[in-house]
Design a protein around this ligand. Structure first.
Ligand SMILES: [Zn+2]
Length: 286
């Protein structure tokens, strides 16, 4: 299995020599090769046949739960992939002993095409451009979603791996936020207090602002973070890196967040408010 993965990685390198994505992929491969607790995986092929690469950290205790870290839904937010890659290197360097009761899945770049062009959007197989973080269903939109293979693969993945907690990395605002970010008359979930405490505790070093996506940023429809919580009860946190991030402090936030996640999904993740959309509210959450 590992041989197959490296073969596919090798092909990826040669197809996209010196691209932003190949540089990140090389770093990841180096960590995978140096640490037996790290293993490569392919999330799936995107709309242009490229393998979306990830790293699995495997804890060494018997009872483990699975969490997810995913960056670069938005291809122009390149520092998000940098943080994810540095987190993989942190796991390699430290051995990840603090995560022994977890498996961690890290996907440094979801939107490969956008990342290579530093473009927020991703193109489908018909070359139509989509915002990947508006490509999920949510409690307040009924349109059909998953126009991109990348987001569709990610949705299937969190289901098949029974993901409990998820951290998505974006940029650049300097915040750590939690649901809801949808257009609703009440931004607080039934887990509001739990979310708030976890987020507050996680930003000890970087002092990022915490709150709901909608309160701190602004509402948006079709984002992964709300979908994951609403659909599955996944404890979903969204990082907006600062413009000039202190990656060391941001890794501490990721570590604290992962360690604070409960061992099971939320049991009551309904949306209890009413959906309302204020057309004046911006739609371009970073
Ligand atoms: Zn973003």
């Amino acid at each position: 299995m590992k041989t197959l993965f490296f073969l596919s990685l090798f092909i990826s390198f040669n197809s996209f020599a010196s691209s932003n994505y190949s540089k990140i992929s090389k770093r990841i491969k180096k960590s995978i090769n140096s640490n037996p607790s790290l293993e490569g995986f392919v999330l799936g092929k995107n709309d242009h046949g490229q393998d979306i690469l990830g790293v699995k950290f495997i804890g060494n205790s018997k009872n483990r739960v699975s969490h997810l870290v995913v960056a670069a839904h938005h291809g122009n937010e390149t520092k998000s992939a940098e943080l994810a890659a540095r987190f993989v290197e942190y796991l390699d360097r430290t051995g990840g002993g603090e995560f022994k009761d977890m498996d961690l899945y890290i996907i440094p770049v979801l939107n490969i095409g956008g990342f290579n062009k530093e473009d927020r959007h991703e193109r489908d197989s018909n070359n139509r451009s989509h915002d990947p973080n508006r490509d999920y269903p949510d409690p307040c939109i009924s349109k059909k979603n998953f126009k991109l293979k990348s987001t569709s693969h990610l949705a299937n993945f969190v289901k098949s791996k029974d993901i409990i907690g998820a951290i998505t990395i974006h940029g650049y605002y300097g915040s750590l936020t939690y649901p809801w970010g949808i257009y609703t008359d009440n931004y607080e979930t039934l887990d509001h207090k739990v979310f708030h405490k976890k987020a507050k505790d996680a930003v000890l070093e970087n002092n990022y602002i915490v709150g709901t996506h909608a309160d701190i940023l602004y509402p948006a429809g079709g984002a992964f973070e709300d979908w994951a919580y609403f659909e599955h009860g996944i404890w979903s946190l969204l990082v907006e890196l600062e413009d000039s991030p202190n990656y060391g402090d941001d890794i501490k936030m990721i570590v604290r967040s992962l360690k604070s996640f409960p061992r099971s999904r939320s049991v009551d993740h309904r949306h209890t408010g009413s959906c309302e959309r204020n057309k004046d509210v911006g739609i371009s959450r970073p």
